[in-house]
Design a protein around this ligand. Structure first.
Ligand code: ZN
Length: 276
């Protein structure tokens, strides 16, 4: 079982979780709450000086945990695959300017070709970006997504597949983001988390909950404790795998986005301390 948390120093909140707050407001509120980290979604940076924004976050004692997101490598046309590589290099530039050590990858999947071909294109796309990532000092974290997204969002659907890919790429600049929402159901999860840690690839840990019923495939994630994920057990496996980084709350929710975000943040803090 996982260690109990008594403070919020290892809690990180994604800007998309409190989507209706601009990043400046979110940062002030997270900092005032004693939250230790922030993961920034690229849309939150629109129209801003990225370097200054990074300084603003650090000035509020927030650690910039990662930038979300790059990826979407597979496509039927070569020109589209090249455009994806170019966009990932842009994301790496943004992470470097922000002072984020990592870009999280939603790897992509192209309808009209096999998942095997899409996975090959993902691996090739990451490989093409690696020299650029290394020069910038930014890691690329493969995030396996739940199989319900295999059609168009990610052909990497299990931690086993992500481990295979990260080990094949074999670079200090490739890691894996383990998100309990995507992986909780996998009977091989404990073993694959162990393998991920042993190979030095366990780079990020995302938390929320899986609600029953789930009303929307994308935007109905639950707060920790609100659904069926045994989060304490999975976080215990993360600790056993050697992971001691941030616990990143990443909740897309049409329901919570409509609520008062102060109250929502209070619920996040409470749920983090009680259920994660
Ligand atoms: Zn995630």
């Amino acid at each position: 079982m996982a260690r109990e948390f008594t403070d919020l120093s290892k809690l990180c909140v994604h800007t998309i979780t409190t989507k209706t707050w601009v990043i400046e407001k979110a940062a002030q509120e997270f900092s005032a709450a004693g939250i230790g980290g922030i993961t920034v979604w690229r849309d939150a940076l629109a129209g801003r000086d990225i370097k200054q924004t990074g300084n603003m976050l650090r000035g509020l004692n927030l650690e910039v945990v990662s930038l979300c997101r790059g990826g979407f490598f597979p496509a039927l046309e070569q020109s589209a695959r090249q455009a994806a590589i170019d966009d990932n290099k842009k994301a790496i530039d943004e992470a470097e300017a922000l002072g984020a050590p990592m870009v999280v990858l939603v790897c992509g999947s192209a309808p009209g070709q096999s998942l095997i071909e899409s996975r090959k294109q993902i691996q090739d796309g990451i490989a093409a970006c690696l020299p650029y990532a290394e020069a910038a000092g930014v890691k690329l974290a493969i995030e396996p997504l739940h199989p319900m997204y295999a059609g168009d969002r990610s052909a990497v659907n299990t931690l086993g597949q992500a481990n295979d890919m990260a080990e094949a790429l074999n670079s200090d600049w490739v890691g894996i983001a383990v998100d309990v929402y995507h992986l909780w159901w996998d009977p091989d999860l404990e073993n694959q988390m162990k393998r991920c840690g042993q190979n030095g690839n366990f780079s990020a840990f995302h938390i929320c909950d899986w609600k029953t019923p789930t009303l929307d495939m994308l935007n109905d994630r639950g707060l920790m404790g609100e659904g069926v994920i045994n989060l304490k057990q999975i976080r215990g496996w993360a600790e056993e795998a050697g992971f001691n980084g941030f616990n990143e709350v990443e909740i897309f929710s049409n329901i919570y986005w409509q609520q008062d975000q102060h109250q929502f943040l209070d619920k996040i803090k409470d749920a983090y301390l009680r259920y994660s």
